[in-house]
Design a protein around this ligand. Structure first.
Ligand SMILES: *Cc1c(COP(=O)(O)O)cnc(C)c1O
Ligand SMILES: [Zn+2]
Length: 418
């Protein structure tokens, strides 16, 4: 690296600048710290063609990511497909739909591989030997996998009631899985105490400013894959609200760097009704997010009762003329099935939330039917199988004979078809 594109950490509230260390809150007003860049320098050194000449990973936008040198962890992450979803668009009665498909992100099948690859690359630069996280499941999977591949020691802390796929999806990498008897907020509070006392690199606590920036790459990729432009409407699931605020930031940064034209866009947030502190605040017309002490939803990956970035997510939605919506567990299952049956994509519960909320936003006219929307689908369905067991039809059991096949399958189906 020749020029320091990534210059400082900066308080989102008072603007005070900090050194690029493992810190995440302002010492004056406790505002969150965020990565700050020299956009003029970046504008002078990257362009569409420079980006296009690079390998198809999230690191093709490395000037806009908060590390000093070359990435060392998660070098192959990102550049997932943007799928034009014509069948789903027709079913929902909207002109154009796209699916940003992070169910197939490498290596752990969720968008968390983006944030972890940045956080751990930075953790290595800062000299951490032990890394950790507070997680609703996907983050734990990604920290465990990427730490294993990088030879780092890891601890992942999760609520004790997670899906088996999420638990095994951490244990298999030989990480230390600590299950906490309590909801995510209590896991997170404990992690803050541990981070302060032992100096480990918690990707979403003391390394959070670095972690959070990784989400921007989902937005960068969407713009590039649309042919270098900002989508008119974007729907994203919200847990802490970080992804949504970073999509907003990503669109603005590409404008600032002269990579896309400035065009109108709106961002929309999706939550599960059983834990919808941000959506409910949005609907009440306030930016005061009321904590949900006991989340109750099958969308466990989104079950954060006190969302760290809720306030900023609300402002991103308001400022862009966007909105928020939330859906019941039943609607979440419908959303999972729609995406699977119309587009052949098997998403986890958070994907069901996004799809079902998008349908509501279209049905209520908040996203216009003659418009275009990108739905951010963030995790794979094989990790949350419990949510749909018994809700997708049944297998038909027959003996291995042609007669049985004809009697129990073919003839019946043909008769039903007329
Ligand atoms: C973590 C996560 C999100 C969003 O998280 P934010 O905290 O809002 O950035 C969305 N979907 C899935 C599947 C996740 O694991
Ligand atoms: Zn401050």
């Amino acid at each position: 690296m020749n020029k320091p594109f990534f210059s400082n950490l900066k308080c989102r509230e008072c603007g005070k600048l900090y050194e690029k260390k493992a810190i995440h809150v302002c010492e004056f007003d406790f505002g969150p710290l965020e990565a700050a860049y020299d956009y003029d320098a970046i504008k002078a050194s990257i362009s569409r063609s420079v980006i296009e000449s690079r390998p198809q990973t999230m690191w093709r936008y490395r000037e806009l990511l908060p590390i000093d040198g070359e990435p060392t962890v998660g070098k192959q992450v990102g550049f997932t497909p943007l799928v034009k979803a014509d069948r789903l668009a027709k079913a929902f009665g909207i002109k154009t739909l796209y699916i940003k498909n992070d169910t197939v992100n490498y290596p752990t099948l969720s968008f968390k591989d983006r944030v972890v690859s940045v956080a751990l690359s930075r953790a290595v630069e800062l000299g951490f030997k032990t890394v950790a996280c507070a997680s609703t499941g996907n983050l734990a999977n990604s920290v465990a996998a990427n730490a294993a591949a990088a030879g780092l020691k890891s601890y992942v802390l999760i609520p004790a009631d997670l899906e088996q796929g999420k638990v095994l999806g951490s244990l298999v990498y030989g990480t230390n899985v600590i299950a906490i008897e309590g909801p995510y907020d209590q896991v997170n509070r404990l992690c803050s105490e541990i981070a302060g006392k032992y100096g480990w690199g918690f990707v979403n606590v003391n390394l959070r400013p670095y972690y959070a920036e990784g989400s921007k790459t989902m937005g960068f990729e969407i713009m590039e894959q649309l042919g270098w432009r900002i989508p008119r409407h974007t729907v994203a699931p919200m847990a802490s609200g970080s992804l949504l605020t970073k999509l907003h930031k990503a669109y603005g940064e590409f404008v600032k760097c002269g990579i896309v034209e400035e065009t109108a866009f709106s961002v929309y947030g999706a939550q599960a009704t059983g834990c919808a502190p941000i959506s409910h605040a949005m609907k009440r017309g306030t930016d005061m997010v009321k904590p949900v002490p006991k989340p109750e939803t099958i969308a466990k990956s989104l079950a954060i009762g006190t969302p760290a970035d809720g306030y900023y997510a609300i402002h991103a939605m308001r400022q862009t003329g966007g909105n928020a919506e939330d859906v019941t567990d039943e609607e979440i299952v419908d959303g999972i099935k729609w995406l699977a049956e119309y587009e052949g994509i098997f998403a986890e519960t958070a994907g069901g939330v996004t799809v079902a909320c998008a349908k509501k936003l279209i049905d209520t006219g908040k996203i216009p039917r003659d418009g275009e929307a990108v739905l951010c689908i963030t995790g794979h369905g094989l990790k949350t199988q419990e949510a749909i067991v018994g809700k997708c039809g049944e297998t038909r059991l027959i003996k291995p004979s042609l007669r049985e096949f004809e009697e129990h399958v073919y003839n019946k189906d043909m008769a039903a078809a007329v």
